[in-house]
Design a binder for this molecule. Structure first.
Ligand SMILES: CCCCCCC[C@H](O)CC(=O)SCCNC(=O)CCNC(=O)[C@H](O)C(C)(C)COP(=O)([O-])OP(=O)([O-])OC[C@H]1O[C@@H](n2cnc3c(N)ncnc32)[C@H](O)[C@@H]1OP(=O)([O-])[O-]
Ligand SMILES: NC(=O)c1ccc[n+]([C@@H]2O[C@H](COP(=O)([O-])OP(=O)(O)OC[C@H]3O[C@@H](n4cnc5c(N)ncnc54)[C@H](O)[C@@H]3O)[C@@H](O)[C@H]2O)c1
Length: 499
């Protein structure tokens, strides 16, 4: 039972199953049946059942996507994708190649670096073989080809670019793709945060450019964020949405802004976690609170595996690096740490299976606090959860206000399937309603006043009943948006807050 409870991370159904089986094995038949009925009644009437039902119906509703410009799932025709290419075979590119092969779609993996190509070939082959063995089928190795350079791209219907998060590099790659591919080939980017419209502008077919944002590890996580810009055509959006489904993902269509939906919210979550380190919390304490809440891994363990370098490149592209920034930055630079090597925070084991406190980091944080005149204080588990999670929720309301997500269900699906938000808590927007929107607002205001550096000026949540069908509410927003670093992230000629 202890093992089941640990794995369930707060979900009550798995433990109830064990109790029901125990009752069946140890009690007379009628008593066992009665006990099972009691357990079922408890589960049916629990908030967790409502949260899981919300997840189920939300996943169905995001499939019926529509965009503010009038594109809809039922009036936009997707194109067939017979053959695809993935450019850049690092952490993400490899997982995307595996997803294509597993779905039976021939795929060409393209690298610029021959060494990386060999590493990718080995990883993709091993993953496909392991996966096929588990499913008792032949590995689809014949569907995958690898090459250095863009010369073989005329035969593909769709390309997904997954090179480093660097706007200048991505623009160059899109320009090259535009001449290397047929004029009707869709050009997609797996960028975590960059402006899709700028990439589209470098090509001969801006209407065929969309974002296809996979989540790490790309062959495991079920989410695909499909990002449309003002020039993306209904065909391009419909093709990416349907392709996601063929790849075994749940596709959610979102508008174009820095970080889109998932990473725009993640930024506030990570930022609070870093502020908590400055104020006296340890990385393992922050992670533990989040894992007890139900995440498979806390924010620091997740950052280690996704790549501290990726987070750094995202911040660099947003102009958010340099002296005087939160400790995560110095940690990355000082150690030159990369994913799955030694973690930048609290993980020392490989592969995310083992997390141990890192003595170097402990002394680094002490030295960092004393250098900046910060006195460490005791941070409670409640504060960790409220600051990290409510900052994330708060940005979710801003996203609804900007019309970047179609409704709160879309945000909940993104968080449950893309970032491991526990399904028995329904997703961040559902959770905020379950806690009570006035309470969330009161706590945000409290932290905003208690910590002048707390950057999150609370947004005014829309009424709880605002939903997809009714279209998101567009509430008045309290607080000064200039205080919110999000505004600083948006250069004047960049990103459209209303697509
Ligand atoms: C500051 C942050 C900056 C990020 C910026 C970019 C963000 C990006 O745009 C969006 C994201 O993807 S956000 C990220 C959203 N993603 C998440 O939040 C995912 C969090 N992780 C999970 O939910 C669970 O680990 C899984 C459900 C993936 C698997 O669970 P399970 O079955 O119990 O098994 P397991 O033992 O746990 O891991 C199995 C294998 O997966 C591997 N791996 C794991 N996470 C990884 C990651 N993030 N990445 C890469 N790899 C990751 C792990 O290393 C291991 O590899 P091995 O070679 O076989 O040793
Ligand atoms: N790591 C994550 O968690 C994650 C999640 C979602 C999205 N992303 C995004 O996916 C993209 C790739 O990230 P990653 O973590 O896989 O990076 P990575 O550093 O692991 O891999 C990038 C790969 O691109 C290759 N490359 C660079 N320039 C190239 C070119 N001109 N032609 C062909 N290949 C080239 C590099 O050799 C390298 O193998 C980034 O835009 C990142 O923001 C990352």
């Amino acid at each position: 039972m202890a093992q089941v409870r640990r794995r369930a991370r707060g979900a009550i159904a798995p433990a109830a199953c064990v109790q029901a089986i125990r009752a069946a094995a140890t009690l007379p038949y009628s008593q066992g049946m009665r006990r099972e009925r009691e357990l079922m009644d408890t589960l049916f009437n629990s908030g967790q059942a409502r949260a899981m039902q919300h997840c189920f119906f939300s996943q169905r509703s995001v499939g019926r996507w529509s965009t503010p410009s009038g594109m809809r799932w039922d009036n936009s025709r997707p194109r067939p994708v017979h053959k695809a290419a993935v450019v850049g075979l690092g952490t993400m590119g490899r997982g995307i190649v595996v997803s294509f092969a597993r779905a039976g779609i021939p795929v060409l993996g393209v690298e610029m670096d021959a060494k990386q190509l060999e590493v990718a070939r080995k990883t993709v082959t091993a993953t496909l073989e392991r996966d096929a063995q588990r499913r008792g089928v032949e590995p689809p190795l014949g569907l995958v080809r690898f090459t250095v350079g863009l010369q073989d791209l005329r035969e593909v219907d769709l390309v997904i670019e997954a090179v480093f998060e660097d706007m200048a590099l991505k623009k160059r790659v899109f320009r090259e793709l535009s001449s290397a591919c047929r004029p009707d080939t869709l050009l997609c980017s797996n960028t975590s945060s960059l402006d899709l419209d700028q990439l589209a502008a470098t090509t001969s077919r801006p209407e065929l450019v969309v974002g296809m944002h996979f989540f790490a590890p790309a062959h495991v996580m079920k989410l695909l964020e499909v990002i449309y810009g003002p020039r993306s055509s209904p065909t391009a959006v419909a093709t990416a949405m349907q392709l996601g489904k063929r790849l075994g993902k749940v596709s959610v269509a979102v508008g174009n802004c820095p970080g889109f939906v998932g990473n725009r919210m993640l930024k506030h979550y990570v930022e609070q976690a870093n502020f908590l380190l400055e104020e006296g919390a340890s990385p393992e304490q922050v992670d533990q609170a989040l894992e007890e809440f139900g995440f498979p891994m806390g924010v620091f363990r997740m950052s280690d595996l996704s790549g501290l370098d990726v987070g750094w490149r995202v911040r660099k592209e947003s102009g958010l690096t340099g002296p005087g920034v939160a400790p995560g930055e110095q940690v990355r630079r000082r150690q030159g740490r990369r994913r799955q090597a030694v973690a930048g925070t609290c993980t020392t084991g490989l592969g995310g299976r083992e997390a141990k406190p890192d003595p170097w980091l402990r002394s680094f944080l002490e030295e960092y606090r004393s250098r900046h005149g910060l006195r460490a204080r005791t941070v409670s588990q409640q504060e960790v959860l409220e600051r990290c999670l409510y900052a994330l929720v708060n940005e979710g309301f801003r996203i609804l206000e900007d019309g970047i997500a179609a409704g709160p269900e879309d945000i909940d699906v993104i968080y449950v399937l893309g970032y491991g938000w526990p399904p028995h808590r329904g997703g961040p927007m559902f959770h905020a309603v379950a806690v009570g929107l006035p309470t969330v607002l009161e706590r945000l205001e409290h932290y905003h006043q208690a910590h002048p550096r707390h950057p999150t000026a609370p947004a005014q949540p829309p009424p709880a009943e605002a939903g997809r069908q009714g279209q998101p509410a567009h509430p008045e927003v309290e607080g000064d948006h200039q205080e919110c670093p999000q505004s600083a992230l948006r250069p004047p000629d960049h990103y459209h807050s209303s697509p």
